[in-house]
Design a protein around this ligand. Structure first.
Ligand code: COA
Ligand code: AMP
Length: 632
């Protein structure tokens, strides 16, 4: 049935070096690699060691020189501002070269870090590619994070320059970015020497004399820069993602392996040909935006869509279909949440006009578990294959997918299908033994990971080893649990750590607990992810107050919600904190978060044998019930 996939998959594992060397032929190398896979420092592996290339050259210049100069590279579609703009490969290359000039004049050189804090405007893409052009390392921070989160990233990445804009635009408000940036720089110990600010007409920011430059003026007078050749193993970017604590993990991406893997994935996974329009409805602040708004489609010679809007409310639940029709989108990639939002507003799909989506071939979903109801709804309404695929910021591209470009295998709802070539996925128990088909365990991938996945954490190699490689020697621990069925289909069920997924955004409950614990009246707390019809999960905080605190609980709960919004950001969607008398714990003092979550979601649970005092569970259920949670 799936002979083509089986053969390709088997070859990718039997001869990874041959497999990826062949895929690497599609990339421009200024100097070819010495070794396809350098395993001399295993378990730290490097792909295409000795190779010299440039990611921006492969994404832009190569296509300009190779006959795509006048093809549209980027379509900026912004229902939130009413703007649609197109950039050819030549136009995009020229703007990127100039912005690279702005950076060069600010002293940015190969290896220097540049922080990008931008809304979904073309300049965000230009900023990333301008860094890549110079061999500088960008670190994009999502706009929905608070100033203190930005400050943590500034201190970790120590950027020479920040590229930002005056504001972002949300459906219900303008988000002034510049005051957030100023506050972050104030808090941070490291001070970037320059900030280049794109003034948007919706909100003009004050510029700090001597430090800040106006983007448009700086770009107009800048000297266009050529590509700087870099080692394949040099870092292209750092992208911070939630770990188990307040200190985010700086995921590092290299240049060579990333070029090869993303280019390969465009045809083999997404099934698109160069020249076709590909749309990832995500944000450049997330890994999906890095890989499939910016790098993948451009490296492969596609036209990419940069969408500044939401699936609903900008202006309505028909906007996706309008964008697909207007730009002739062949493949759409988004998060299940987006479809749940559309389904909520247009349950019968009455806003979907068949002629608008006639050109769409495939819908890909990722970022969170794709619930079968939503997948079924999308299949019925769109009449195209709906492909759930599983991946992570760490991996940079999918671990499991139905590889549409190789062959479309039968779809099983609830499963992202099978491992992608290059990924040797296993399920292990706590004793590191492989479990039988159908049995749940830790989802791991055998080392070495294929090109494109992260070689390390930014300046934290030991943390990389501890977090990902130590528990299951010889494997990468994904942090997800699940099972593989008799047919080899993988099912991703839940995280094994503190990470929750809220509207496809990855957040750490541990980090929220750190923020709540800092409230002067809070003695201890627990944050759990509870089921949410729209967002998949939302965080819920339980607070135990210090003895003797007699303040109004409502006021403390409100302060707790505000604290998380101020310290982490609105993206956390932390809307509810409840004061409780005590928290359920094991005899050794570990908070039973899983049990709390089950009670809140009215799921069946067994009283853990290690519980200190079972009488507490009905108390918690009662508190949850009175706060509007099922609590059954
Ligand atoms: N800058 C500033 N604030 C932002 C932001 C940004 N770039 N993105 C989101 N926020 C804010 C929102 O305004 C909201 O604030 P509020 O609490 O004041 O309303 C908060 O962060 C939560 O945002 P979000 O999770 O997007 O929820 P929402 O209720 O505004 O919208 C959906 C719900 C389903 C429409 C939205 O989550 C969505 O489009 N999801 C698609 C999934 C997706 O793109 N995932 C990316 C990974 S593939
Ligand atoms: P992120 O790093 O933000 O991409 O989040 C990665 C996490 O999201 C994974 O570890 C999973 O927990 C979850 N995830 C992503 N894609 C899927 C999927 N297709 N099915 C289930 N969970 C997913």
């Amino acid at each position: 049935m799936s002979a083509k996939y089986d053969d390709i998959y088997a070859r990718s594992l039997a001869d990874p070096e041959g497999f990826w060397a062949e895929a690497a032929e599609a990339i421009h190398w200024e100097r070819r690699w010495d070794r396809v896979l350098d395993d001399s420092r295993a378990p730290f592996y490097r792909w295409f060691a000795g190779g010299v290339t440039n990611t921006c050259y492969n994404a832009l210049d190569r296509h300009v020189e190779g006959g795509r100069a006048d093809q549209t590279a980027l379509i900026y579609d912004s229902p939130i501002t009413g703007v649609v703009e197109r950039f050819t490969y030549r136009e995009l290359r020229d703007r990127v070269a100039r912005v690279a000039g702005v950076l060069a004049e600010a002293g940015v050189e190969k290896g220097d870090r540049v922080l990008v804090y931008m809304p979904m405007v073309p300049e965000a893409v230009i900023a990333m590619l301008a860094c890549a052009r110079l061999g500088a390392v960008h670190s994009v921070v999502f706009g929905g994070f608070a100033a203190s989160e930005l400050a943590v990233r500034i201190d970790d990445a120590t950027p020479k320059v920040v590229l930002s804009a005056s504001c972002g635009i949300e459906p219900n408000r303008i988000v002034p970015y510049k005051p957030l940036l100023d506050e972050a720089i104030e808090i941070a110990s490291h001070k970037p020497s320059r900030c280049v600010i794109l003034q948007r007409p919706q909100e003009v920011a004050d510029l700090a004399e001597g430090r800040d430059l106006d983007w448009v003026e700086a770009e107009a007078s800048a000297e266009p820069q050529p590509c700087t050749w870099v080692e394949a193993t040099d870092p292209l970017y750092i992208l911070y993602t939630s770990g188990t604590t307040g200190q985010p993990k700086g995921i590092v991406r290299d240049n060579g392996g990333h070029l090869v893997a993303l280019n390969w994935s465009m045809r083999n996974i997404y099934g698109v040909e160069p020249g076709e329009v590909y749309w990832a409805a995500s944000d450049v602040g997330w890994v999906v935006g890095h890989s499939y708004i910016v790098y993948g489609p451009l490296i492969h010679g596609n036209t990419t869509v940069l969408f500044e809007g939401k699936p609903v409310g900008t202006p309505d639940a028909a906007v996706y279909w309008r964008v697909i029709a207007e730009h002739d989108v062949k493949v759409l990639f988004t998060a299940p949440t987006a479809f749940r939002a559309i389904k909520q507003q247009d349950p019968n799909g009455e806003l979907i006009r068949p002629e608008q989506i006639a050109g769409l071939r495939t819908l890909f979903l990722a970022g969170e578990r794709a619930d079968p109801d939503t997948v079924q709804w999308a299949e019925d309404r769109l009449g195209v294959p709906v492909i759930d695929h599983w991946w992570q910021t760490e991996t940079g591209w999918s671990i499991c997918s139905n590889p549409a470009g190789i062959e479309l295998m039968p779809i099983k709802h609830g499963s992202p299908t099978k491992p992608v070539p290059g990924w040797d996925v296993r399920v292990l128990d706590e004793a590191q033994r492989e479990v039988a088909p159908g049995e749940i365990g830790a989802l791991v991938a055998r080392l070495p990971l294929p090109p494109g996945s992260f070689p390390t954490l930014w300046q934290a190699e030991e943390r990389y080893r501890e977090a990902y490689l130590e528990e299951f020697p010889g494997y990468y621990k994904t942090g997800d649990a699940g099972y593989i069925d008799e047919d080899g289909y993988v099912y991703v069920m839940t995280r094994t750590d503190d990470v929750i997924n809220v509207a496809g955004h990855r957040l750490s409950t541990g980090q929220m607990e750190e923020v709540l614990a800092a409230h002067p009246d809070v003695a201890e707390c627990a944050v759990v992810g509870v089921a949410d019809e729209l967002k998949g999960q939302t965080p819920l905080g339980l607070l135990v107050l210090n003895a003797g605190v007699e303040r109004d609980h409502g006021a403390i709960q409100g302060e707790a919600v505000r604290l998380v919004r101020e310290q982490i950001g609105p993206v956390a969607s932390f809307k509810t904190a409840i004061v409780v008398g005590r928290l359920p714990k094991t005899r050794s003092g570990k908070i039973l978060r899983g049990t709390v979550q089950k009670i809140a979601d009215s799921e069946a649970y067994t009283v853990p044998p290690t519980i200190d005092d079972p009488a507490i569970l009905p108390e918690i259920a009662e508190s949850l019930r009175s706060a509007g949670y099922a609590g059954g």
